[in-house]
Write a new protein. Structure first.
Length: 280
């Protein structure tokens, strides 16, 4: 009888947990679904009450208008360029440094790692002015090269990759050394293939962060031909502040690359999270 009651309580708790998860999912999805609905309406129908989630006539022309109002394609290309380059560099530098912190033994390794990770706690606003002065003295303001150099290293990426590397047995690296592999060979041929989940997680994190970055481009980029998509959306909103259907359409377009990236790496991302959970 006691076992039946225990199973009944467990079942009720699971039902309540699922209901809570569904409620949180609805809270997050409803605004996004409203954005999609608004982007397919005439402007006068955006704020009608009650809300018509599916418009009587889908205004697909909204998605063609936004490319003509401002140089959105140029901004899109600039964001894609910066995001791809910075993400690639961050993945390489973070995974390479994390290998040293996780698999190599040298004097002061742990202290150096702690000091480097502590920089995560320092807000960007603290060193924003000194950083701008340094970039200005190097004549890299209003340039994509300056943006790339400032974001080539990330302490969070090093921390993330090191955690994945620590789950890889040291015996594999020792066996590779006995077989004659150098540290570079172990990194490329042993460790990296086993850390696909960590790399996928880092790619998604870096991609989303750089793609959605607003303050950095706002401070350092002033030329129209070098501005990113986020600055383009701000320009669009300032010029067409009352055209909410077009604003929503432009916002949806800006989210597409993020969805594509997550869909492409979802398998490795899920496997990496599952593997790290098993190890923990």
């Amino acid at each position: 009888m006691g076992a039946v009651r225990k199973d009944g309580r467990y079942f009720v708790k699971r039902i309540l947990l699922y209901m809570l998860i569904l409620a949180l999912a609805a809270v997050m999805l409803v605004p996004f679904l409203w954005m999609i609905s608004a982007s397919l309406k005439l402007n006068k129908g955006v704020f009608t009450y009650p809300v018509k989630w599916i418009p009587e006539k889908l205004e697909w022309s909204n998605y063609s208008k936004i490319w003509k109002e401002i140089p959105l394609l140029l901004f899109f290309k600039n964001s894609a360029k910066l995001t791809i380059i910075i993400t690639a560099i961050q993945v390489f530098t973070s995974s390479f440094a994390a290998y040293a912190f996780a698999k190599l033994h040298f004097k002061g390794r742990d202290l150096l790692f702690i000091l480097y990770i502590c920089t995560i706690a320092v807000p960007w606003q603290v060193y924003m002015v000194p950083q701008y002065i340094m970039v200005g003295k190097m004549s890299l303001t209003d340039s994509h090269l300056g943006m790339i150099m400032m974001q080539s290293f990330t302490a969070m990426g090093v921390f993330l990759m090191r955690q994945f590397y620590t789950s890889i047995p040291d015996e594999l690296c020792e066996a590779a050394r006995i077989d004659g592999l150098t540290e570079y060979g172990i990194y490329f041929r042993v460790v990296l293939p086993l850390a696909k989940g960590g790399i996928a997680t880092l790619i998604i994190s870096s991609f989303v962060t750089v793609w959605n970055d607003f303050m950095g481009p706002l401070i350092y980029l002033s030329s129209l031909e070098k501005k990113t998509l986020q600055l383009g959306l701000r320009m669009f909103i300032s010029q067409y502040s009352s055209e909410y259907n077009l604003i929503m359409a432009a916002s949806i377009v800006s989210l597409i690359p993020v969805f594509v990236m997550f869909a492409a790496l979802q398998k490795f991302f899920t496997e990496g999270i599952a593997a790290s959970g098993i190890k923990g």
